[in-house]
Design a protein around this ligand. Structure first.
Ligand SMILES: [Zn+2]
Length: 293
């Protein structure tokens, strides 16, 4: 059953990822990429220096932009612009519970169901013209959805702030009242990512509260290649986890030197392998170590 799920999701998501990556590349301008190489080297040699400031590789203009990300609307609208294949929805806490219970819990999510699902909640999407549907100061739950790949739920505390307090990953085909930021997926693969995401969240909060939400959401988005990016250590997509006796994709992604990057049309032209999420390494549970970060 679980193996079957991985196989099904794998096929669908690979196609989806490729299609969405193409779209992302054509939509975005080259922004952070020229500095990536410097950043990786800098951070590997002096990790401590990153704890007290915005990473130095950011161009001055982008540092200003990030400091402008002071409200929830700023953060989400920026994220929406930077990760075009992502669907972002916001909810008050009780509205989320209703939504979670209404999610289709089917292992065979069809494109039609997905479409209905999106239409159902498109009105609550946080957009400039629609913010009065869910006032930003009442948002307590953020749903990040990559169709056919995963759904992540982030809760905010206090309500309406840019302070994340919990995060959980689920399959897009799960539904029920256990789907919330402190819930646990029925699938091992998402349970492991959720566990890992909990430590990433604490890490981002520890660096800088003001940027933690932006960093966390971008880090979550790096999992859009969950079923297509091979392990940075062993080079394989699926590996047998001996403890669980399950085939799993690389579920651990480093967060210590993570920095949000934006896909660009320039990258598409140079190589389809250089999409922004590919700069984040991915590891199987057994291949991941603190050293690898
Ligand atoms: Zn591996």
């Amino acid at each position: 059953m679980r193996l079957k799920l991985v196989g099904t999701v794998l096929q669908n998501s690979e196609r989806e990822v490729f299609r969405l990556a193409l779209k992302a590349f054509t939509d975005q301008k080259k922004r952070f990429f020229p500095h990536l190489d410097d950043r990786v080297h800098d951070q590997s040699t002096e990790p401590e220096s990153k704890k007290h400031c915005v990473p130095q590789a950011l161009p001055a203009s982008n540092q200003e932009e990030l400091s402008d990300c002071k409200t929830l609307s700023d953060v989400l609208m920026r994220l929406e612009k930077e990760v075009p294949n992502l669907k972002i929805f916001t909810y008050e806490r009780l509205d989320w519970l209703k939504r979670a219970s209404s999610l289709p819990s089917s292992a065979n999510e069809s494109p039609l169901e997905l479409l209905k699902e999106h239409n159902f909640h498109s009105s609550s999407k946080l957009r400039p013209g629609l913010q009065n549907t869910v006032a930003a100061d009442k948002v307590s739950v953020i749903e990040l959805l990559f169709p056919s790949i995963f759904r992540a739920i982030v809760s905010l505390h206090p309500v309406g702030t840019i302070e994340p307090d919990a995060v959980a990953f689920f399959s897009p085909d799960e539904g029920g009242n256990y789907i919330h930021a402190r819930g646990s997926s029925v699938y091992h693969v998402f349970r492991h990512i959720t566990e890992h995401a909990g430590t990433a969240l604490q890490f981002f909060l520890g660096i800088r509260t003001e940027t933690s939400l932006y960093f966390l959401l971008h880090w979550i988005c790096s999992y859009q290649t969950l079923f297509s990016k091979v392990c940075s250590k062993c080079g394989r997509l699926l590996a047998m986890d001996k403890r669980l006796a399950l085939l799993l994709p690389p579920v651990s992604r480093p967060y210590r030197h993570f920095f949000p990057t934006v896909t660009s049309s320039a990258q598409l032209i140079s190589s389809t392998n250089e999409q922004s999420s590919d700069v984040v390494n991915a590891y199987h549970i057994g291949c991941f170590s603190e050293d690898a970060q």
